[in-house]
Design a protein around this ligand. Structure first.
Ligand SMILES: [Zn+2]
Length: 208
């Protein structure tokens, strides 16, 4: 089990547990827990199922919000597929956690993500589009996710992700990640370029 650094050790609190309730879903009744960043008031959440502290370990996914695919069914990325797959697998396993981070568009926000889509419609790939808008490739940060998992006192983690950087960053924050579980999504004509760019530029482990 990861040992959470105390607020004093960290100099400031990254995230505080704020609310906690049962959430019946079509996959079963999860516990929904909301965590707040004290400075910004930004709210992240964790959906847990079963005993996440069990020493034999749990399935986990750290997922960044994607309004366009998760709510509206956009085919430009594989976020919704990955979210659905993670929740299916956790439900099948009977225990696990999904940490849902409110960092839309790799951290650049919804409006800028849609501006990047406009550039992509003119031929730029996802990374070129971000750069032309003045953003680095990926502003996502995982210290919040690490802190949430730590506060949940999770056992050893089997992390569902195609992104090796995510595994490294969470380990660097002290989490015990036992294995990486591939999280394949559907490849479509609309997301092919996006997935290819993730694979080529950032070493995501995806079969295309
Ligand atoms: Zn997406």
């Amino acid at each position: 089990m990861a040992k959470c650094a105390s607020a004093q050790e960290k100099k400031s609190v990254i995230v505080e547990a704020y609310a906690d309730a049962p959430l019946p879903t079509r996959r079963g009744t999860f516990q929904i827990r909301v965590f707040r960043e004290p400075g910004s008031g930004l709210e992240h959440l964790a959906l847990t199922l079963g005993d996440v502290r069990r020493p034999e370990g749990i399935l986990a996914r750290v997922h960044s919000e994607c309004l366009t695919s998760e709510v509206f069914g956009s085919l430009k990325c594989d976020c919704r597929d990955q979210l659905d797959l993670a929740l299916d697998r956790i439900a099948e396993a009977g225990a696990g956690v999904l940490v849902y981070l409110r960092q839309e568009g790799r951290g650049i926000g919804l409006g800028n993500k849609v501006r990047a889509y406009a550039l992509q419609a003119q031929g730029a790939d996802t990374f070129e589009a971000n750069r032309r808008l003045g953003f680095p490739d990926d502003l996502r940060r995982y210290d919040v996710a690490a802190e949430i998992l730590c506060q949940l006192e999770v056992g050893p983690i089997d992390l569902m992700t195609n992104n090796p950087r995510k595994v490294e960053e969470l380990r660097a924050h002290g989490l015990s990640i036992r294995s990486r579980v591939p999280a394949p999504g559907a490849v479509t004509p609309h997301n092919h370029a996006y997935l290819t760019a993730k694979k080529r530029r950032h070493g995501h482990l995806i079969d295309i």
